[in-house]
Ligand binder design. Structure first.
Ligand code: PLP
Length: 470
């Protein structure tokens, strides 16, 4: 066989493997691993000296992956908003990687640059954010929500502290402060450290009963900081907390940010997609007033890991903040996206998402989002209908948190249930909420049906009946 035949044969093996993983996810447990695999973390196998043929190599990779497989395609996977990817998006990823195009600069990938810009435009329209103004894209694609949040904080820093900060660095005299609810994502602390603003510049504001930022506590903290000579530069509204899916009062936060002349950033990494849906849109009112919005399409846009984005009102802001060049780079009038973000050459991660938008259309996406929300509401209703389980909050987004209530040592029992569920093939995570354990189920697989969540609750009830006096 020549190289082309080998490539096609190995490629067909890969596609058949993916097709089987999607059509028969029940062939694998929700989580599998073995000790031998774990051993390789600290004792990697030796560097191969001689090569082997493509077929054998691909077969070996497939065998290894399924020996340590987190089965996000399984309908009973309720883990960390890690979706079963849409098959069409997977094909897009393959095509983009296979042809090795980059959207970093027009001359390095004209089609990649055009499709990426179009995808950013669609994302923005999908969530009801600004339509692009000017000649530059209305945002950037990043490798995830963390880098999108870091980029937003850099925009806030550079805009509010003055452009000088870009050349001279942050001076201790600046005393900038940033505000976010204590349910906001840890990527923000990491970013503040990374940007030289320091983790202590972050004010983590108390939350209300629903897990949203407490507006009185926010105002009190800002006033105290102003009295002490700090400069509030950024307010972050969380549109879907990672833990419970709570959405802050964005419209009010936009008022607060405007009043105190702060950059208003919305971290919609987890929940942003739900700004589109009629059932949930009201929670996102005010997102259109944000200076920047983070989205993570590898969550409820159902594409594979490794794609986040930051949307802005005007791409010029990004260029002012990130512009850099080298003497080997001929400056022309063409679009060079690498001058708008921290990344240089990077993977083209938007083709899969672009194909998904084309293939499903906005309507198709709405159907999936709505389906996942309905399954979540069915889970919440089933929990409420039991005598022994209690909800943390009524779900706003497809995240449902609950625990065993009327029992001795509810935290110990809830933890035991979670261990039992994972062992019995229901991947539910454990949430620590104000010192108490809750079961957390995120519905991020569009193949999860209400029947699956009924079975989840039934499994818990049977376990409790068998092991405890309830
Ligand atoms: C609200 C929120 N912000 C930011 C992030 C960070 O995104 P990533 O893990 O893609 O870097 C997450 C991740 O789960 C998140 O839920």
């Amino acid at each position: 066989m020549d190289d082309t035949d080998n490539f096609i044969q190995a490629g067909v093996t890969i596609l058949k493997t993916l097709a089987a993983a999607y059509s028969h996810p029940e062939n694998y447990k929700v989580l599998s691993w073995n000790d031998e695999l774990y051993h390789r973390v600290t004792k990697p196998e030796p560097l191969p000296f001689d090569g082997q043929n493509m077929d054998e190599t691909v077969a070996e990779a497939i065998q290894t992956i399924f020996s340590g497989y987190c089965n996000v395609s399984h309908p009973q996977y309720y883990g960390y908003i890690s979706p079963r990817p849409l098959p069409v998006s997977v094909l897009g990823d393959l095509l983009a990687m296979g042809l090795n195009q980059t959207p970093g600069a027009w001359r390095a990938g004209p089609a990649a640059t055009a499709i990426e810009t179009e995808t950013l435009h669609w994302l923005s329209e999908f969530i009801g954010y600004h339509t692009p103004s000017g000649n530059l894209p209305n945002g950037i694609v990043t490798n995830g929500g963390t880098m999108a949040n870091a980029s937003a904080l850099k925009l806030a820093r550079d805009t509010l502290l003055g452009r000088e900060v870009q050349s001279k660095g942050v001076r201790s005299a600046n005393k900038p402060t940033i505000y976010m609810s204590r349910e906001g994502h840890f990527s923000v602390w990491k970013s503040l450290d990374f940007l030289g603003l320091g983790r202590e510049s972050l004010r983590l504001i108390e939350i209300d009963e629903q897990g949203c930022i407490d507006l009185n506590a926010l105002e009190d903290t800002i006033q105290r900081d102003l009295r002490q000579g700090y400069q509030p530069i950024c307010l972050i509204g969380v549109a879907g907390t990672s833990a419970t899916g709570a959405v802050d009062a964005l419209d009010t936060l936009a008022d607060v940010a405007a009043h105190h002349n702060m950059w208003f950033h919305v971290d919609g990494a987890a929940g942003g997609a739900y700004a589109n849906l009629a059932e949930t849109r009201q929670f996102f009112t005010g997102i259109e007033r944000a200076d920047s919005v983070t989205l993570d399409p590898c969550k409820w846009f159902f594409v594979s890991f490794g794609i986040g984005c930051l949307l802005v009102k005007n791409g010029e802001e990004l260029r002012k903040s990130f512009y850099a060049t080298g003497h080997y780079w001929e400056e022309t009038d063409e679009l060079d996206i690498f001058q708008m973000s921290f990344s240089g050459t990077r993977q083209w991660r938007t083709l899969g998402l672009w194909l998904a938008f084309r293939h499903l259309g906005e309507q198709g996406y709405k159907r999936i989002l709505s389906h996942n929300l309905k399954v979540t509401h069915d889970l919440a209703a089933t929990v409420i209908a039991t005598d022994v389980l209690e909800l943390l909050h009524k779900p706003v987004l497809p995240v449902c948190c609950f625990r065993v209530g009327q029992i001795k040592s509810p935290d110990t029992v809830t933890m035991a249930i979670q261990r039992f569920l994972v062992a019995s093939n229901h991947y539910v995570t454990l949430l620590d909420w104000r010192g108490h354990h809750y079961l957390r189920a995120a519905i991020s697989n569009f193949a999860t049906e209400s029947s699956h969540v009924y079975e989840l609750v039934q499994t818990i009830l049977t376990y409790l009946d068998t092991n405890y006096d309830t």
